[in-house]
Design a protein. Structure first.
Length: 381
């Protein structure tokens, strides 16, 4: 009697490096990508990150004092001054131009099968993105070539992070009931004009319940609890104001699905709001000389393409007002937005279907790596 041993195919290896700048947004993108590659694609992933405290908030299983740990199949390495990372993977991703350590680059350069080296850029809808996606950048001194990888919303870009089970899970949750109050979720930066929003919601007597994610923005509003509306029936308050704890990343999508209107910030929440298929208002990460408004307007140009003029105008006006610390016309823009909610609800669903027609970011990354390795004549992985 003879026995055979199944051929063991080596797993693809991937290193992801991340230096955290926009605390939770950077962590969210890096972790979602690392976890999806590990769980869905069975890639052996090592995530090297310099802010485990922020990561612990989003992924409580991560212990911020631990230099090396394994979570959801991802090896997490604390990136410190003394940290030495050996044995580069077949696929190396530096998130947001964080610059790889010199000794790690040197090790990449002497490998017989040099890694696919990716610089994962921030998400943008600006028109130039597709033309720059996957452009090569040879290292000035080493025999290595880095490729710029741009996430995006259109063909010719790197797509968006989207787990295989995400849409099925969302569609299994009923949309919120509109029988009583519509729910608003606010997750914004400290300079969001939230008091001006509270003023108009209270004054108009509209039936909205507002949930605010805990943080400094919430602290500004403690004195607004229990404010009655002048034209509310029987003097009852029209503004319900509740604190929402800062949730782990695994619970964030379900929070979005519980609400009718979403105010979100940064990159990770921006993408998740689109998968939630709800009308949403995005607060871009503030930059010097209002450079972030170029990204905001570029996305609005794309998002509003299939909206009629009144709905597009209402949406654009509210987005721009929300990204202005002291807007003069937020009351007017909010009322116009509310009038267009039936149209914006349908558009949010259609936009999500449009995005789902594109391959997701993780899958596209792996396809590019496979093509790049084949061109170099290397075996996979």
């Amino acid at each position: 009697m003879t026995s055979t041993t199944a051929l063991q195919v080596p797993r693809l290896t991937c290193d992801i490096f991340c230096r955290v700048v926009d605390n939770f947004g950077d962590v969210g993108v890096a972790w979602r990508l690392a976890r999806q590659l590990s769980v869905e694609h069975l890639v052996r992933v090592r995530l090297v990150i310099d802010d485990l405290k922020s990561m612990h908030v989003l992924v409580p299983e991560v212990i911020d004092e631990r230099a090396l740990q394994l979570v959801d199949g991802v090896e997490i390495v604390a990136w410190r001054e003394s940290t030495r990372i050996d044995n580069p993977a077949a696929l190396v991703i530096e998130a947001f131009a964080c610059d790889l350590p010199a000794d790690f680059l040197a090790a990449m350069a002497v490998m017989s099968q040099r890694p696919t080296w990716i610089n994962l850029e921030y998400l943008s809808a600006e028109p130039w993105v597709a033309a720059h996606h996957l452009l090569p950048s040879p290292h000035p001194a080493l025999p290595l070539t880095k490729h710029f990888y741009f996430p995006g919303f259109t063909a010719g870009t790197g797509g968006l992070l989207r787990e295989n089970s995400l849409i099925v899970a969302r569609e299994a949750v009923p949309f919120p009931s509109h029988a009583h109050r519509q729910g608003i979720l606010i997750f914004g930066y400290d300079n969001a004009p939230v008091e001006a929003l509270f003023d108009v919601v209270t004054q108009d007597g509209n039936a909205f319940a507002i949930d605010i994610v805990e943080g400094r923005l919430l602290d500004k509003l403690q004195h607004r609890r229990g404010v009655p509306g002048n034209n509310a029936p029987n003097g009852a308050p029209v503004l319900a104001f509740q604190k929402v704890p800062f949730l782990p990343i695994a619970a964030f999508d379900a929070l979005l699905w519980q609400h009718d209107i979403l105010f979100v910030r940064g990159e990770d929440s921006f993408v998740r709001a689109q998968w939630a298929a709800r009308p949403f208002i995005w607060q871009a990460y503030p930059q010097a000389e209002s450079a972030h408004l170029a990204k905001l307007n570029a996305f609005l140009d794309l998002y509003c393409e299939q909206l009629d003029a009144p709905a597009a105008q209402a949406l654009r006006a509210l987005w721009l007002a929300w990204n202005t610390p002291s807007p003069d016309d937020l009351a007017k823009t909010w009322r116009a937005f509310v009038e267009q909610l039936p149209v914006l609800n349908a558009h949010a669903l259609n936009w999500g279907k449009r995005l789902r027609a594109m391959p997701d970011l993780a899958s596209q990354l792996l396809s590019f790596h496979a093509k790049n390795a084949k061109i170099q004549g290397f075996a996979q992985p």
